[in-house]
Design a protein around this ligand. Structure first.
Ligand SMILES: Cc1cc2nc3c(=O)[nH]c(=O)nc-3n(C[C@H](O)[C@H](O)[C@H](O)COP(=O)(O)OP(=O)(O)OC[C@H]3O[C@@H](n4cnc5c(N)ncnc54)[C@H](O)[C@@H]3O)c2cc1C
Length: 356
């Protein structure tokens, strides 16, 4: 591919990573990134590796062991690292700059997240599809120390709640709280102020938080919108990451999927003579893999939409097994291999038919 001018809208993981890859492999290209937020403060982060996960069904805590490792890195750490790479490679970064109109460039990359403006801008023809979920959620930080990441399903005053929490640095954790639509209306959460809802979560999950408060970071309760597009590119405009498809947070891989999009687009540019062929190649080669991930993400969010009924209907071990197999990508053989202790315990007393 000849040197080109690529204008990236959005300085999240997908935008920065793509910009870095392109500029590093094609130094004569002009690569610009506009990001509406201000520059990230210096912050050294590191990966927090977690082996096991606790799943609570009310007061029953079930440990799901794992033969592999999971891990988390703070978003700020990741973005700071990517920004450093972009600076070193010579990418032009413009912070505190919200895109007002589609830039004039050979290639316009919409890496601007779930509410992408590139996706809906005048002249874009991506064929947007959106599905609004009925569960409500909010995303907080906390100074509570979590030794093990956990999924905590709780009943409270006839309502059903779940919190997903995990450490992302030595002294900070992420805490995502969620409830179903019936709970939202029955307990009057819609009429509460954000601070009241936050206090309610601190009450329901007091044991897990060990006396620490939740920290709001524009933590607005909302419904997740699973958005996607029929086409991945429109003229010289292409979408990446969450702008292309919003993967539900319950599969915990949105950032990885977004960055794999960046790699796929960069590889398609490397392998093509011109931008139109590259965009066609990007969609053709990346779509089948991404489709599988999105199918799994959909199965996962539909499971969460029904978690209250499942909590009522199932004993704790059956409930956890049902959760582990929710995406259809995990059968008993894989569970035995990857979560041997949990499966031994489950198979000794399960009442559900096996998924072999
Ligand atoms: C509650 C919750 C929990 C999650 N937990 C996880 C998790 O544990 N692990 C995981 O991997 N993923 C998680 N995700 C998903 C993850 O955050 C996203 O999948 C990932 O950030 C996608 O990267 P992106 O670069 O495509 O988009 P984003 O990270 O959304 O970046 C888009 C960027 O574009 C900028 N922007 C938007 N509009 C404009 C504009 N007009 N002009 C200029 N800039 C603009 C935004 O400011 C933003 O910086 C979670 C998401 C949510 C909502």
């Amino acid at each position: 591919m000849k040197p080109l001018h690529a204008a990236v809208v959005g300085g999240g993981p997908s935008g920065l990573y793509f910009a870095y890859l392109l500029k590093k492999s094609s130094p004569a290209s002009r690569v610009t990134v506009v990001e509406q937020n201000e520059s990230y403060r210096g912050f050294i982060g590191r990966m927090h590796r977690n082996k096991n996960q606790l799943v609570y069904h009310g007061d029953d805590a079930i440990m799901v062991d794992s033969t592999g490792y999971g891990g988390a890195i703070s978003r700020l750490s990741l973005l700071t690292m990517l920004r450093g790479l972009c600076d070193d490679a010579g990418v032009e970064l413009h912070f505190a700059t919200r895109m007002q109109r589609i830039p004039d460039a050979d290639l316009v990359v919409g890496a601007d997240g779930v509410n992408s403006v590139v996706r809906t801008a005048e002249g874009s023809d991506f064929g947007v599809r959106a599905e609004k979920l009925t569960n409500w959620f909010a995303w907080y930080g906390t100074r509570a120390r979590f030794d093990t990441p956990a999924l905590n399903f709780r009943k409270h005053q006839g309502g059903h709640f779940v919190a997903h929490y995990y450490p992302y640095s030595d002294d900070m954790g992420t805490f995502v709280a969620e409830c179903d639509a019936r709970t939202w209306s029955r307990l009057g959460l819609g009429a509460m102020a954000d601070a009241e809802r936050q206090r309610l979560m601190e009450t329901i999950f007091a044991d897990a938080l060990k006396g620490e408060r939740l920290i709001s970071n524009k933590s607005i309760w909302r419904n997740f919108v699973a958005a996607g597009t029929e086409r991945w590119y429109s003229g010289n405009r292409v979408l990446l990451g969450d702008a292309l498809n919003s993967a539900h947070f319950s599969i915990g891989s949105g950032t990885r999927i977004a960055m794999e999009d960046s790699i796929a687009l960069w590889e398609a540019l490397e392998a093509s003579e011109a931008v139109p062929q590259a965009l066609e190649r990007f969609e053709r080669e990346r779509r089948p893999t991404k489709q599988k991930l999105l199918k799994a993400a959909r199965a996962s969010y539909l499971w969460y939409e029904a978690f209250a009924d499942k909590m009522q209907a199932m004993a704790p071990l059956d409930f956890v097994y049902d959760f582990m197999t929710r995406t259809g990508r995990m059968d008993d053989a894989r569970l035995r291999e990857q979560h041997p202790q949990f499966m031994r315990r489950y198979e000794a007393c399960s009442t559900l038919p096996s998924k072999s």
